[in-house]
Design a protein around this ligand. Structure first.
Ligand code: FAD
Ligand code: DLZ
Ligand code: SF4
Length: 512
């Protein structure tokens, strides 16, 4: 190594061996810096399993980089002298290695990018920030796409990503099967119990993970969640095993049951790959290419392959684009002026509402819930109850192993809470108990009656749904997609409307 090497900080969600800053550098001439720091583990109170997953995956990644010939300077959380911040650790590494320059891959979120942007002034050495090309769409490309449009709808963005990648195109360059989107085929309700359900691979913690689990249990005892169910892959090879498990066993029904919910079945036919994709252990494009191969080999139907690919090159890229396009103030939007505090049962699952108990209970156990649980159970309830969207955002950022602000915030604040006023979705994802009853088996064993709107046994979602519409009438009544529910509301007898609103007031009072 030369006297003055390059310093290459690699962040906890950059666990990809050929990430841009590494690919652009010579391993004989560089110090890779990986830092476990208190600030990142506590800027929100992450679920214990999320912290353990990221720290263990970081430690395994350092080993992988060393095997590939990199010199890795690794700072552990409990190292004496650990300053507790990314910038503090870069400062200490600059003192240790006297680098001639810093090369780093852009950060995933505004908060950390602001730190990177300050490093060249602070350390008086050149800092090169490489674009993170693990994503298909750069910030500049998304901004150009958005500039040309009045409405930023995912569907049109997605079609451009299909054309860009060539995924599921036919010989004429049109969409495979003649349609871009097969979502209408993907709404089957909860299936019968006797269907054989795939389960994600459960990885036994090795000595490195064990050490991290012990440290996390001790140091983050007051954070949500347990470690008893810790099952995450922590290496690329393990993540690839889960990828294969998904492709072999779950992909063929992924689309069909994408929106279904079942008691005691957290994973259904979902991939459970988001923590690995987001941390860098899996390559999203290679995964989509493999899904297409399975379709072309007749091993997965088109509605499943297209549905899965859409989630990754459509939704995942689109929400990232929105996050960076809208700027750091996006996190403070509150279009519906919702101000109520998040109920305590979001941290315990201790509620009589069976759907919420299921979704929150498995979140506490596994740091995982699938999309419809996040959107139509925990998200829907918070929306209907008028919970402060910033508190809802912080909760989602804390509790899921895949949660980083760039992906969590637009999903929560935009899609789920309508706090951006409809930038992401053309109408709020609000529903009463009927939707939950149709898509799940939850209501059958609930203490509440999903058919009732008022009375002690009435499903709380029902009165809250109408109360939500009534409360927000000035802001939402002109939305053409809500015309029908507002007509139904107006068509109810005055005394029924009053009874529903009184019922909703009682439900809301009981939350505090
Ligand atoms: P699958 O159902 O198997 O989907 C396949 C993949 O598609 C996922 O692994 C993920 O990479 C991608 N994907 C699917 N939907 C989305 C989406 N809406 N946005 C971005 N990527 C998507 N996803 C996160 O990765 N991190 C988050 O912090 C996050 N927060 C969310 C908060 C709310 C309120 C909602 C409604 C959704 C959120 N999502 C988030 C999106 C989605 O719920 C998760 O990606 C998904 O549940 C992860 O489980 P899975 O890997 O089994 O996904
Ligand atoms: C989420 C997380 C946690 C819990 N801990 C660390 C850490 O100790 N060191 C680190 O480099 N990254 C960590 N991360 C991930 C960062 O928060 C992530 O890189 C930022 O969210 C930027 O997207
Ligand atoms: Fe949830 Fe209402 Fe169904 Fe109970 S009855 S599970 S509260 S939707």
């Amino acid at each position: 190594m030369t006297d003055a090497p390059l310093l290459i900080p690699v962040l906890g969600d950059q666990l990809t061996p050929d990430i841009a800053a590494l690919r652009a550098s010579d391993r004989k001439d560089a110090v890779v810096l990986m830092m476990e720091v208190a600030d990142e583990t506590t800027y929100v109170k992450h679920h214990k399993a999320k912290i353990a997953f990221i720290l263990s995956a970081m430690r395994h990644h350092a080993r992988r980089l060393r095997d590939l010939g990199w010199y890795v300077d690794y700072v552990r959380l409990d190292d004496p002298g650990n300053s507790g911040s990314l910038t503090g650790e870069v400062a200490r590494a600059v003192d240790r290695h006297r680098p001639r320059a810093i090369h780093v891959t852009e950060a995933g979120e505004w908060r950390v990018q602001a730190m990177l942007d300050g490093w060249s002034d602070r350390f008086a050495i050149p800092v090169t920030i490489h674009q993170d090309d693990r994503f298909l769409c750069s910030h500049a490309e998304f901004d150009a796409w958005a500039a040309a449009r009045r409405q930023l709808r995912m569907e049109y963005f997605y079609r451009d990503m299909r054309r860009k990648t060539g995924l599921l195109l036919n010989a004429d360059g049109g969409p495979e099967g003649g349609q871009w989107n097969y979502d209408a085929d993907n709404r089957k309700p909860a299936p019968a119990r006797d269907l054989l359900m795939p389960q994600p691979v459960r990885f036994r913690p090795d000595a490195t993970t064990q050490e991290v689990l012990e440290m996390v249990a001790e140091r983050f005892a007051d954070h949500i969640g347990g470690l008893g169910h810790f099952h995450f892959a922590v290496t690329h090879e393990e993540a690839m095993r889960q990828q294969r498990r998904f492709l072999d066993e779950a992909l063929p029904r992924f689309g069909d049951y994408q929106d279904a919910m079942m008691t005691g079945e957290p994973f259904l036919w979902h991939s459970v790959l988001s923590p690995y994709i987001n941390a860098g252990l899996l390559d999203p494009l290679a995964l989509c290419e493999e899904v297409e191969r399975r379709y072309r080999a007749g091993k997965a139907p088109l509605n499943c392959a297209e549905g899965f690919i859409r989630q990754i090159i459509g939704w995942r890229e689109y929400v990232r684009g929105i996050y960076w396009h809208e700027g750091p103030d996006y996190a403070r939007r509150n279009a519906l002026n919702a101000t109520r505090d998040l109920p305590g049962f979001y941290w315990t699952g201790d509620t009589d509402m069976h759907c919420l108990r299921q979704a929150i209970g498995q979140t506490i156990d596994h740091a995982y819930a699938h999309h419809i649980q996040r959107l139509m159970i925990t998200g829907n309830f918070a929306l209907l109850a008028g919970i402060d969207p910033h508190q809802v955002h912080v909760w989602y950022l804390e509790v899921y192993a895949d949660a980083y602000e760039w992906v969590e915030l637009p999903n929560t604040l935009g899609m789920s809470q309508f706090a951006d006023g409809g930038l992401l979705g053309s109408k709020p994802y609000a529903s009463g108990g009927a939707y939950i009853n149709r898509m799940s088996d939850y209501c059958g064993t609930c203490r509440y009656d999903v058919k009732q709107r008022t009375g002690d046994d009435a499903c709380p979602f029902n009165s809250l749904y109408w109360d939500f519409l009534a409360r927000n009438e000035k802001k939402l009544a002109r939305n053409p997609r809500l015309a029908m529910p507002y007509r139904n509301w107006a068509g109810m007898a005055e005394k029924d409307r009053a009874a529903i609103r009184e019922q909703a007031a009682r439900v809301l009072d009981a939350l505090t």
